[in-house]
Write a new protein. Structure first.
Length: 279
């Protein structure tokens, strides 16, 4: 089943050049095919919402992009050049920052220590805490997060939204090119969710490519410039956000299920979805 596509401008303006391409990505675990010949391009200055049912291959795809898994076949290209991530450190060195659901923050450490986690400033053999606090304060202010709590406070005192802000801010401040967010609004209040969306839009407007994995279709339609839909390891749709409703997006997943049962998508009345994907 081919994935419907479109090249129209998104709801938040024109995207920049393609930064990362996944071409023919397949991942097998023994006899299980988790991803099958997946093609996805990700451009600077856009937010992609990766959606699909549980078991659709979203997590596997994210782990390949972040260096946790290596594809069984297919290739990744960064700025048109083939790359292979053997670890999360390789992906990070190339400019891919992944924020998992647990956020990778250490509760017992300060905001500044977490901000520089893995890239600590030192004075001889010792940590230079004052420098890290000073630089964290300056960087958070520069990227519009200067209203957070004092950077010397422990992360354990932060709300869920503030924790996300630290993780997103770290990627922006260290000039990553791509930010992957795994369920960034999980367990957040409506107010905190909107705040996190502001941080995501700020990252996009600074030129980052953002890929966010979300189960909440109502929320993803509010933040994504483009939707990529997976179903059982296949990409079944890749469309620009033109104001589709939650029900419209759900149709793609339904169509994936029908196709698996041998029902041709042209036999299904998908209403506005068909109008959107028609070329």
């Amino acid at each position: 089943m081919s994935a419907p596509t479109t090249s129209e401008a998104g709801t938040h303006g024109a995207r920049g050049p393609v930064w990362l391409e996944a071409r023919g990505i397949t991942k097998q675990f023994g006899a299980v095919i988790a991803l099958a010949d997946v093609d996805v391009s990700i451009s600077l200055g856009e937010v992609i919402g990766l959606i699909g049912d549980n078991g659709s291959g979203k997590s596997t795809f994210v782990k390949i992009l972040s260096g946790v898994y290596q594809p069984s076949s297919g290739s990744l290209l960064v700025e048109g050049k083939p790359v292979r991530f053997h670890s999360a450190a390789d992906a990070r060195a190339m400019g891919v920052e992944t924020v998992h659901q647990d956020l990778g923050l250490v509760d017992s450490m300060s905001i500044a220590r977490n901000f520089f986690l893995g890239a600590e400033r030192r004075k001889g053999p010792f940590l230079d805490l004052k420098r890290m606090e000073r630089e964290t304060t300056a960087m958070l202010k520069e990227i519009g997060l200067g209203n957070l709590r004092a950077v010397g406070q422990d992360v354990s005192k932060l709300s869920g939204g503030e924790r996300q802000a630290i993780s997103i801010g770290r990627a922006v401040a260290f000039q990553r090119k791509m930010l992957i967010l795994d369920e960034p609004t999980s367990a957040l209040s409506i107010q905190e969710t909107q705040k996190v969306f502001e941080f995501i839009r700020a990252a996009r407007d600074r030129g980052l490519a953002v890929l966010t994995v979300m189960h909440n279709l109502e929320q993803v339609r509010d933040i994504a410039d483009r939707f990529v839909v997976f179903y059982h390891g296949h990409k079944i749709a890749d469309i620009v956000n033109t104001g589709q409703s939650e029900a419209d997006l759900a149709h793609y997943i339904i169509e994936g299920k029908l196709a698996e049962m041998g029902v041709d998508r042209d036999q299904v009345d998908t209403g506005v979805v068909r109008a959107i994907t028609a070329e």
